[in-house]
Ligand binder design. Structure first.
Ligand SMILES: [Fe+2]
Length: 332
């Protein structure tokens, strides 16, 4: 699928050949082939010390993104936040230059999205995707429906709260260290069907952290040169170590998981009707019917990740509200 949003990656422009002099990812192929999108794992890379991740270059990158009118791609937060804080409650201000200047102060972070808007980072992303395709054995350039690269700059001890994502993620640690806590997305004692369903109808902070769940976390201590993969819907939270941290996050949606999301979305409405819906993967024919039903309501050419994932649900909500209005009009 070719996506029209200028900020995220046009997959048909991905270079087939390697552009960096050496491989970025240093890993054994069986690990990637066996665990990709099934369970989290750590691997090595050679981006530590790369000039694209020095603070002055990152300030230039932030300015480049802002100068292209993409102010929503640059966000920051000042001060400490607790691990159980919901994403939607995190205060954010577009004060990136001030935040970078104060990065040594505890608890701050800056998030730069769509760093591929700068050609040098675009080249880097190209190569990582080509390498991941080789390592996973999955034809990613065909399967990916949305792709983006983020850079996190975070001060010592700052926390990214517990949450889930629809995207597959590869997180590369460049400077400083951090503990990445990742949970099994298929363990229903950690992540319930209802939490996933609520996430897919738009409640992005639906996953709930409890101290009891923490014993089930895989904790990866990332240092420069280490990276971690977390699969689609794997709950995770992150705590930085005692130095300024710089990380590169490669995120992408895949066609098969976009379709699975539709099953969860329909299941939400079935549950609202008092039914006990069948989970994805339990019945191929039920999954197909749900995917088909929501597919009819979804936009064929998505112009954003929101449209890709939620245009069908938005239409369904609109129809539900219209039906309620008609009912009230005629049967009041
Ligand atoms: Fe995340």
């Amino acid at each position: 699928m070719s996506l029209a949003d200028s900020s995220y990656k046009q997959l048909d422009l991905l270079a087939p050949a390697q552009k960096f002099s050496t491989f970025i990812i240093e890993a054994d192929t069986p690990q990637f082939r066996e665990h990709f999108n099934l369970s989290s794992f750590m691997f090595s890379h050679n981006l530590a010390g790369h000039p694209l991740f020095e603070i002055p270059r990152l300030v230039e990158l932030a300015n480049t993104i802002l100068s292209k009118g993409e102010s929503t791609k640059v966000t920051c937060q000042l001060g400490q936040i607790p691990v159980n804080l919901k994403w939607s409650q995190v205060p954010r201000k577009d004060q990136v230059l001030e935040a970078i200047a104060r990065i040594e102060e505890s608890g701050s972070w800056i998030l730069l999205k769509s760093v591929q808007l700068d050609p040098e980072y675009n080249t880097l992303l190209d190569q990582i995707v080509v390498e991941l395709e080789e390592l996973t054995g999955v034809p990613l350039r065909k399967e990916i429906t949305w792709l983006d690269a983020y850079i996190f700059i975070a001060s010592p001890h700052s926390i990214t709260p517990y949450h889930i994502d629809h995207e597959s993620n590869f997180l590369f640690q460049i400077h400083g260290d951090k503990d990445v806590n990742v949970f099994n997305p298929r363990d229903r004692s950690v992540l319930t069907e209802e939490e996933i369903e609520h996430y897919y109808i738009g409640q992005l902070d639906s996953a709930n952290y409890t101290d009891e769940k923490q014993t089930k976390a895989s904790v990866y201590h990332l240092t420069p040169g280490k990276a971690v993969h977390h699969p689609v819907l794997a709950p995770h939270w992150v705590k930085n170590g005692s130095n300024v941290s710089v990380s590169l996050s490669i995120n992408f949606c895949m066609r098969s998981f976009d379709l699975q999301a539709r099953v969860y979305q329909i299941n939400h409405y079935l549950r609202k009707l008092g039914l006990e819906p069948t989970s994805p993967g339990q019945s191929a024919i039920k999954d197909y019917a749900k995917i088909l039903a929501l597919g009819i309501l979804s936009k064929r050419q998505s112009k954003s990740k929101f449209e890709l994932l939620r245009s069908g649900v938005a239409k369904l909500n609109y129809l539900e509200k219209s039906a309620t209005k008609l009912k009230n009009l005629f049967y009041r």
